[in-house]
Design a protein around this ligand. Structure first.
Ligand code: NAD
Ligand code: FE2
Length: 381
């Protein structure tokens, strides 16, 4: 079966294998004449990236690229990207990559129109209304991983390079004008990235579903997102060229990001400081801390998770779901402990302080106190 579709939810999504060939058309439709493709260092030389540049060039839009972007991108990458955009006289951004390239690209498009520092637009209250909307550049997003869902999100995660804190920067205009979801672009992901990004999508769905906030639409999307991960992530992991599995994982990733309007929780609150300090892969870190957080949250979510288990065809209620998560992790080669990702016990106090003030902590179904965070970190490491 060929999966192809045009959605306008939550933005214009052009979904289907091979649809990267439409890139120049969508850029032009948004008014771009000289776009800057923003991606990370690792992706820059790869064939999928060079092909995207070829398509832009053939469409008369040049082949400008900015790729000084780290995994877990930071404010220095952002400043350099804004400078490259202005120096090159660009008029739009192709945000290309995994969450790192997408987030930085989106943020460059936003910041070229601002005079205030990026930290003034952290996702707190109505801080986003401080922004000047006029100068924000249009964005076409092209995901090359299936995990963060940043391609359909209104936020970017930027690490403060001075404080080593991951900040969520929010503005409605971060939502790309057009997103091209071409599953063929994800075929070359190394197994470990397929696993980590897929588990990020699962974590988004699980935490959104588990959060106590009232948002039944997101809860429904989160459930179906989990089902897609259950059915297709092991397939995509085993055979990276399985396009049906890759396509469904791309949908699951987008669904996770739509669902987490309902909130995230302690998986992300623990994972953010670990990623900011140790530069570990975000989704892989989530996968490692998932079981201890599930145990911690059990009293508040036992019934809810039993309902999810029933939908997912997992017997045994909460316990069955928990065992399923352990089995899935094992199947994907996810380590049992954070120590396997290079995390030591010496910075638990500092990471715990960061975890409890992380914006995701408020969505955890059980209050994440300082003591609880320390205990969870000890279990996870
Ligand atoms: N904006 C959001 O809502 C949101 C949500 C979750 C996470 N994030 C952020 O996203 C980032 C993580 O993104 P990610 O998990 O997609 O990883 P990533 O973008 O950091 O990419 C991981 C690695 O995979 C490589 N890669 C990407 N696509 C590839 C492909 N098709 N073939 C071969 N290699 C490829 C990259 O070069 C990189 O080395 C973190 O900074 C995280 O904080 C953002
Ligand atoms: Fe995430």
């Amino acid at each position: 079966m060929t999966i192809t579709a045009n959605w306008s939810y939550p933005t214009a999504v052009k979904f289907g294998a091979g649809r990267i060939k439409e890139l120049a058309d969508h850029c032009r439709a948004l008014g771009m004449r000289k776009p800057l493709l923003v991606t990370d260092r690792g992706l820059a030389p790869m064939a999928i990236t060079q092909n995207a540049l070829d398509i832009l060039e053939a469409g008369g839009l040049g082949r400008a690229i900015f790729a000084d972007v780290d995994p877990n991108p930071n404010d220095k990458n952002l400043d350099a990207g804004v400078k490259a955009f202005k120096d090159g006289g660009h008029d739009g951004v192709v945000a290309f990559g995994g969450g790192s390239g997408l987030d930085l690209g989106k943020c460059v498009a936003f910041m070229v129109g601002q005079t205030r520092p990026v930290w003034d637009f952290e996702d707190i209250g109505d801080w986003w209304t401080r922004a000047s909307v006029k100068g924000i550049a249009p964005i076409v997003a092209v995901p090359t991983t299936a995990g963060t869902g940043s391609e359909v999100g209104r936020a970017s995660v930027i690490t403060n390079s001075a404080s080593h804190v991951k900040k969520v920067i929010f503005h409605p205009k971060f939502l790309p004008g057009v997103t091209i979801c071409d599953p063929e672009l994800t075929v070359g992901m190394p197994k470990v990235i397929t696993a980590g990004t897929g588990m990020d999508a699962f974590a988004h769905c699980l935490e959104a579903y588990s959060s106590p906030f009232y948002h039944p639409m997101s809860a429904g999307i989160a459930l179906e997102g989990m089902r897609l991960v259950k059915e297709y992530l092991p397939r995509a992991y085993k055979d990276g060229t399985d396009i049906e599995a890759r396509a469904n994982m791309m949908s699951a990733a987008a669904m996770g990001a739509v669902a987490f309007q309902k909130g995230l929780g302690a998986i992300h609150s623990l994972s953010h400081p670990v990623g900011a300090i140790y530069n570990t892969h975000h989704g892989m870190t989530n996968a490692v801390v998932m079981p201890p957080v599930l145990r911690f949250n059990r009293p508040a979510i036992e019934e809810k998770i039993a309902r999810a288990a029933a939908y997912l065809g997992i017997a045994g209620g909460f316990d069955g779901f928990y065992d399923y998560v352990l089995k899935l992790r094992e199947e994907l080669g996810v380590p049992d402990r954070l120590s396997a990702l290079g995390v030591g016990t010496d910075r638990i106090d500092e990471m715990s302080e960061m975890a409890i003030v992380d914006p995701t902590a408020g969505g955890n179904p059980v209050e994440l106190t300082l003591d609880a965070a320390k205990k969870l970190f000890r279990e996870c490491i």
